[in-house]
Design a binder for this molecule. Structure first.
Ligand SMILES: C[S@@+](CC[C@H](N)C(=O)[O-])C[C@H]1O[C@@H](n2cnc3c(N)ncnc32)[C@H](O)[C@@H]1O
Length: 329
């Protein structure tokens, strides 16, 4: 039998990554001993460790991360801790994109789960990783793939997309107001030579935006880098799949909690959750319902939960975080 020592388990959390909206997400999932839970974004394991606290000894945790290093690091944490080791097969770590949630649960012969959570985006550990090329603080190869098995890299996007395609990516995924001129700058620079390193891209962006923007509060390359990362990892497409397949995988009264970090992600979650919670769509003038449509889930959070000022002060990554939760009917 495993001794329950919250403090000891919490000590295992990543020393670098600070989980965002932590209590709100954990409480929002209504976990109890015996719950079967999917953590779709294991990362440093902060949320997963707390989930284990709540659902063990009889529960089951299935944790996904497309980054093999996050999975390996968590496996090591388990191996190094006698109490976690005792959970054995009740902790299942999967090095896959969460878009595979349906297939993976079927393979595991798990018919339904009590809760699913996703804490989207990247961890602080990944941001600190020079090889990934997602931070503009280092001079790294333009890669940005969280899953190294993917074909598309940031280098291929930057050197292969047309000016129109680049503008669309920067505008839609980065909300970048200088999308057009940055895209033009990229296309002009690559006529001279292929763009391969993050610092080269940064200097192109620097030369494509006005001085005021260069001296702004947020680094002028932030939005371009975010947009390229989203494109390379198909982040919005896989999110739509997670909402659809995740909701299907939930048991009755099961909960799906998603933390987003930018407006594009939040818009998708908000709209899909609203769709899932909609019943009859007949025109109001019809005396009786003809469509027969029933809601699949109910909104637990009518408005997104956002971090307190204190949390943002302590963890700037929380700045744009939003948490939304639904419950399967
Ligand atoms: C913000 S971190 C999660 C942090 C974690 N909740 C914690 O408390 O330590 C996001 C993690 O999710 C992973 N990730 C992002 N999108 C994913 C996807 N589509 N499928 C699987 N893992 C994904 C990233 O590789 C990263 O490790």
């Amino acid at each position: 039998m495993i001794k329950n020592s919250k403090l000891e388990i919490r000590n295992l959390m990543s020393s670098i990554h600070k989980s965002v909206l932590f209590e709100e997400t954990i409480e929002g999932m209504k976990l109890k001993n015996g719950s079967i839970v999917v953590d779709a974004t294991l990362g440093g394991g902060g949320h997963s460790l707390e989930i284990l606290e709540r659902i063990m000894p009889d529960g089951k945790l299935i944790a996904f991360d497309q980054d093999g290093r996050a999975v390996e690091a968590f496996r090591k944490k388990i191996d190094a801790d006698a109490r976690l080791r005792e959970y054995g097969e009740k902790i299942i770590l999967i090095n896959e994109n969460f878009e595979k949630i349906k297939e993976c649960l079927e393979d595991l012969e798990i018919a339904g789960v009590d809760a699913i959570m996703a804490d989207l985006g990247i961890s602080s550990d990944q941001l600190e990783d020079e090889d990934l090329g997602i931070s503009f603080r280092f001079d790294s190869p333009l890669d940005m793939r969280l899953d190294r098995k993917r074909e598309l890299t940031a280098e291929k996007v930057v050197n292969g997309y047309s000016e129109e395609e680049l503008t669309k990516v920067l505008r839609e995924f980065g909300d970048e107001k200088y999308a057009k001129s940055i895209a033009r700058g990229i296309c002009k620079a690559r006529e001279e030579k292929r763009i391969t390193k993050t610092k080269e891209l940064i200097s192109i962006i620097e030369g494509s935006v006005p001085g005021m923007y260069r001296r702004g509060k947020i680094h002028f390359a932030t939005k371009t880098f975010q947009a390229l990362r989203i494109e390379v990892n198909s982040e919005l497409e896989v999110l739509k799949k997670l909402v659809a397949d995740g909701t299907e995988a939930l048991l009755k009264k099961g909960r799906l909690a998603i933390i987003t970090f930018h407006s594009g992600e939040d818009r998708i979650v908000k709209n899909l959750f609203r769709e899932l919670s909609r019943g009859c769509v007949c025109p109001p003038e019809l005396p009786i319902c003809r469509c027969g449509r029933e809601p699949i889930a109910k909104l637990v959070t009518r408005k997104a939960i956002v971090p307190t000022e204190k949390e943002v002060e302590e963890n700037p990554r929380a700045r744009s975080a939003k948490l939304r939760i639904i419950e399967k009917i």
